[in-house]
Design a protein around this ligand. Structure first.
Ligand code: HEC
Ligand code: HEC
Length: 496
């Protein structure tokens, strides 16, 4: 060891690879630690002569790879299953196979960065200039020179003794190597430029930060135009090009597109003229394969909301109810498809609901081919036969009290999905204490809840919507007869 900071060490040149190897063996045996060999080409066996140990880099990479793996697992588990669990069609919030790609990527990322930066660190990089390059004789290391350099920071190093030692082990020449006197750091000019660049790089980040929660009505800045910014007409947009100002063009009157042509138009619309089809279109043959096809599609498209048995209790409903309880959503229960109202519904009306949707129920015309929509209906009919409401005969109904009949009708019509009888509000107001009470309407009037009001609520709910309630959610029930409404009224009157 020496205290002279600028003194790098000694550089010895050897005659040929054999001499270098021999010399290296001696240096190794003499117990030197901070030294290295330089040759124009790889010398076989030199590593052994030098006693080079296997690098510890792979172990560092392995450790960081495992860290990355654990980080990938933890990140996805925590975000998906703990911090923000999100129900997607009832799938489990945490499942390993789905998360393997990211885990793999993070493992590779950690390993690769570690391999790269740890290699730099262990080798003392970055370094602008190595002191050995200051010796012009060292240039031969790229041609026919075989060198061995021992650094002054080696604990065994002593200038005279080490030089003599190198001479005795066959070195041709031994030179002293010093660091240059100028400071090792970056030149001031480069430093200044780096500082300016670093400061400039903060500007975009500051801009991002400042607009973090800012709002604007302007479209976002497109540096590279992508597909949402194109010179084209948008659906529902306006233009001066056409006289009617609409970008979407209506189908030319009197024409039919090739894929819209069907011999039997009721197959497409579910309607025969203005009336809904009461049974399947003529082209359809209902057999067991057809119903099984319907089951398959029902389970894919409908059961997440309507439940596997059509009872309106699918996973999405269950999740939505918990969100609604926290006040995070307004949710109308998917209709129980096995109640009497849906059993009585025409096939054509069911077809229309599937094709066009209803309130929060999406439309499926674009996703389910025509024939498969009919197959779903066949399967819904099968569910109704299995789980459906068995209607009472006219004689059985006749001996019941009006209130009991009214109670039955509410269940058969699915009113209970939105109204309760015990005072707890659901999507709609509770029936409890309704009859005889004063109801403030959105029209500004106040009415007493009597038979006329109940009748209007069922025939034209929008016209009699109550202040503070969700107007428009309740659909009209034109199928109810006056006698049935009277029964309902009788039942509601019992709920004081
Ligand atoms: C995203 C959830 C959801 C999915 C998926 C869904 N529905 Fe619905 N469906 C609803 C809701 C909610 C209602 C009640 C709408 C209302 O009354 O406001 C409903 C109502 C209905 C009704 C009653 C219509 C009426 O006139 O009262 C039928 C029939 C129906 N759905 C059939 C289906 C079929 C068949 C499928 C599969 C193709 C399906 N639904 C898929 C949510 C869904
Ligand atoms: C899809 C949910 C839904 C269904 C199904 C539904 N309702 Fe409603 N109902 C509402 C909502 C929401 C209101 C409040 C808005 C309004 O007054 O129109 C309401 C209002 C009413 C009112 C007026 C109550 C008041 O306090 O002003 C009556 C009566 C009523 N419903 C009866 C029925 C009956 C009977 C059925 C079954 C035949 C039924 N509803 C089915 C959602 C529903």
């Amino acid at each position: 060891m020496t205290n002279d900071k600028n003194f790098y060490g000694v550089l010895a040149e050897f005659e040929d690879p054999t001499a270098l190897c021999k010399g290296a063996e001696r240096v190794r045996d003499a117990g030197y630690k901070n030294w290295d060999c330089h040759s124009p080409f790889p010398v076989h066996g030199l590593d052994d002569c030098m006693g080079v140990k296997f690098t510890r880099l792979p172990w560092i990479v392995l450790a960081m790879g495992i860290t990355g793996l654990a980080a990938g697992v933890w990140l996805q588990w925590w975000t998906n299953a703990v911090d923000y669990p999100y129900d997607i069609s009832g799938k489990p919030v945490w499942s390993l196979p789905a998360n393997v790609p990211v885990i793999f990527e993070v493992t590779v990322l950690f390993s690769a960065f570690t391999a790269f930066f740890a290699m730099w660190g262990i080798n003392g990089l970055p370094r602008w200039y190595h002191p050995l390059f200051r010796k012009s004789s060292f240039a031969k290391a790229t041609d026919d020179g075989f060198f061995l350099a021992i650094e002054a920071k080696d604990p065994n190093f002593a200038l005279d003794r080490t030089s003599d030692f190198l001479n005795t082990i066959g070195a041709k020449t031994v030179e002293e190597v010093r660091e240059a006197d100028e400071p090792a750091g970056l030149p001031a000019a480069i430093k200044a430029k780096l500082w300016i660049t670093a400061a400039a790089l903060l500007v975009p980040m500051a801009m991002v930060y400042s607009s973090w929660d800012a709002t604007t009505t302007q479209p976002r800045v497109h540096i590279i135009k992508d597909m949402d910014k194109q010179d084209r007409f948008r659906a529902q947009g306006q233009t001066t090009l056409f006289a009617d100002g609409r970008m979407s063009r209506a189908q030319v009157v009197g024409t039919v597109a090739e894929d819209q042509w069907f011999e039997d138009s009721s197959f497409v619309s579910g309607k025969d003229g203005d009336n809904y089809l009461t049974k399947m279109p003529a082209a359809i043959v209902v057999d067991s394969d057809f119903i099984l096809d319907g089951q398959k599609n029902f389970e894919i498209f409908c059961s997440p909301c309507h439940g596997a048995q059509g009872a309106g209790d699918g996973m999405i409903h269950q999740r939505a109810v918990t969100l609604a309880a926290q006040g995070l959503a307004v949710w109308v229960q998917p209709t129980n498809l096995t109640i009497k109202r849906i059993m009585d519904m025409e096939d054509g009306k069911l077809f229309e609901t599937i094709s066009n949707g209803l309130n929060t129920m999406p439309h499926y015309a674009a996703q389910i081919p025509l024939e498969e929509r009919w197959a779903i209906i066949a399967y819904v009919r099968a569910l109704q036969q299995q789980y459906g409401d068995t209607s009472l005969s006219a004689e059985e109904l006749a001996v019941m009290t009006p209130a009991a009949r009214g109670d039955l009708i509410l269940k058969q019509q699915g009113c209970t999905a939105c109204h309760t009888t015990d005072g707890t509000p659901l999507v709609g107001p509770s029936y409890k204490g309704l009859i005889g009470s004063e109801v403030p309407l959105i029209s500004g009037e106040t009415v007493i809840a009597d038979l006329a009001y109940i009748t209007e609520s069922l025939r034209e709910p929008l016209a009699s919507a109550r202040v503070g309630a969700l107007a428009g959610v309740m659909l009209p029930f034109p199928q109810l007869t006056d006698a049935e409404i009277a029964d309902i009224f009788a039942f509601l009157s019992t709920l004081k």
